[in-house]
Ligand binder design. Structure first.
Ligand code: GLV
Length: 326
């Protein structure tokens, strides 16, 4: 009998069809995984899960006695309770590297859009409010080139952002990371510094850390107060790495100038979130890696990980690798 696999939330169609040739795959979307009867019944038999953002915790694992692998179609894996997966000897995988340049493009786009106020001015033109040939200084933006970019979390995506900043925009690059990245320091002339120094000196503060217990709420009131009043804050990490209420207050009080956000504390964002009414805030709906090309690469890589795990092999992107080596 074909092994049962749950596909959750998002997977590219050609990859789903390919998997269906070898496995009994059921696709679930927009369901509550805690209460959906069909999902819970299928989970009981499932050996694999592939998809985006399914919270896999001890409660879910209780319903999944046959589960061997959870293959995330994302680089982030804050949806997975790794200690629980370790305890039950369940593999966890993600999709690193294939998305680096795509996410870096998105984040740089967000940075430029925020600095140059592109969405706001686009709306002005489309509302037919461009009534004088030369708009006044109240519509001017802020330069990006030759400014100082502070990157918090200089992983693979952070480094792709730094490359764009250095080679494309002549920016001065500061970074803070758990460990120093000597290669990046040489490649893009980045300077390692303590967090507070980065916050005080950067014109653009770009947050790129994964969400972990250590980074939850990393940027809050204190950090926004340390930033320049002219600073532009960019979040390409996860919503919960920032205390969103403190960000709202910092923007309202003018402690910082503007923000470009791809991620939010709650996703989809609530309709009444004050960020949505702020002109100085540019938003995108968590689409950092969402291009046709890259989503397909991520789905394919996740399928490779899944199949390896189902066959009892070590998947290329195994997260809980230590467990399998012990
Ligand atoms: C996107 O946020 C990802 O983790 O891949």
């Amino acid at each position: 009998m074909a092994k049962k696999v749950i596909a959750y939330n998002r997977i590219e169609e050609p990859v789903l069809q390919q998997l269906k040739k070898s496995y009994d795959v059921r696709f679930f979307k927009d369901i509550d995984p805690k209460t959906d009867d069909e999902f819970l019944a299928f989970l009981k038999e499932a050996e694999g899960i592939i998809g985006l953002g399914l919270p896999v915790d001890s409660e879910l694992v209780q319903h999944a006695p046959n589960l061997k692998i959870v293959s995330n179609i994302s680089v982030g894996y804050n949806n997975l309770d790794i200690p629980t997966l370790n305890k039950h000897h369940i593999m966890a995988t993600n999709t690193p590297d294939v998305l680096n340049d795509t996410v870096a493009d998105t984040i740089f786009g967000l940075l430029i859009a925020t600095a140059r106020r592109i969405p706001e001015l686009d709306q002005l033109v489309k509302r037919a409010e461009w009534t004088v040939e030369a708009l006044g200084s109240e519509y001017y933006g802020t330069d990006v080139h030759h400014k100082t970019l502070g990157i918090i979390g200089l992983g693979r995506i952070g480094q792709a952002i730094a490359k764009r900043a250095h080679f494309g925009f002549d920016m001065n690059i500061l970074y803070h990371n758990r460990s120093r990245k000597k290669d990046a320091e040489q490649a893009v002339n980045a300077t390692y510094c303590e967090m507070d120094t980065l916050l005080k000196q950067s014109d653009f503060v770009c947050l790129m850390t994964p969400l972990t217990p250590e980074t939850e709420g990393l940027i809050g009131k204190r950090e926004f107060t340390l930033m320049k009043e002219s600073a532009i804050f960019i979040n390409g990490s996860r919503g919960k790495t920032v205390v969103e209420q403190d960000l709202i207050t910092a923007l309202k009080n003018g402690d910082i100038k503007a923000a470009g956000l791809d991620v939010f504390e709650q996703e989809p964002i609530e309709n009444d979130n004050p960020l949505l009414t702020m002109k100085q805030v540019v938003t995108t709906p968590h689409i950092g890696s969402s291009t046709k090309e890259t989503e397909l690469k991520m789905s394919k890589l996740a399928a490779t990980n899944l199949e390896a795990g189902l066959n009892g092999e070590i998947p290329p992107n195994l997260i809980n690798r230590e467990l399998w080596q012990s």
